[in-house]
Design a protein around this ligand. Structure first.
Ligand SMILES: *[C@@H]1O[C@H](CO)[C@@H](O)[C@H](O)[C@H]1NC(C)=O
Ligand SMILES: *[C@@H]1O[C@H](CO)[C@@H](O)[C@H](O)[C@H]1NC(C)=O
Ligand SMILES: *[C@@H]1O[C@H](CO)[C@@H](O)[C@H](O)[C@H]1NC(C)=O
Length: 143
């Protein structure tokens, strides 16, 4: 019984879903406000629509690649999952994008946005955030 309770605790502790403002503050503390010209609200909006602020989100794409973590970073280009042929631009295992240490995911997102396409690399950003009033994404967060 005790070990079952412990296992349940571990499972819950590993599924880290941030609140909007919590995530906004973490992004800010990691230098994302204005990174490559993208305001904090853009990063919050992107994370909302990619993963709903869930560090453990994974999604399989129809082309065989998989997207990982709060930024839904793709295994074809940015990380190695041992399955997809990859250029591993962030030089990490994809599973590292799913941990509570969000520094890894944020550093990788910085790498992605430094490419010529910038933040357009994220389709959810183009679909839900581009050319919109994004003030609601950081409203009331004190950032
Ligand atoms: C993605 O595919 C793998 C097998 O390739 C499977 O183990 C995993 O459960 C799938 N994930 C989702 C979210 O469908
Ligand atoms: C596979 O699909 C994903 C998601 O649409 C995309 O990010 C990735 O670039 C695609 N991979 C290839 C090799 O086209
Ligand atoms: C988190 O990850 C970063 C870089 O990916 C690493 O430098 C740091 O030591 C890690 N922090 C912890 C607490 O493991």
């Amino acid at each position: 019984m005790r070990s079952l309770v412990f296992l349940l605790f571990v499972a819950v502790a590993n599924a880290r879903v941030y609140s909007r403002c919590e995530w906004a503050r973490i992004l800010k503390s990691h230098g994302m406000d204005g990174y490559r010209g993208n305001s904090l609200a853009n990063w919050v909006c992107l994370s909302k629509w990619e993963s709903n602020y869930n560090t453990r989100a994974t999604n399989n794409n129809s082309n065989g690649s998989t997207d990982y973590g709060i930024f839904q970073i793709n295994s074809r280009w940015w990380c190695d999952n041992g399955q997809t042929p990859t250029s591993n631009g962030c030089n990490i295992r994809c599973s590292e994008l799913l941990t509570d240490n969000v520094s890894t995911a944020i550093n990788c997102a910085k790498r992605v946005v430094r490419d010529p396409n910038g933040i357009r690399a994220w389709r959810a950003w183009s679909r839900h955030c581009e050319n919109r009033d994004l003030s609601a994404y950081v409203a009331g967060c004190g950032v």
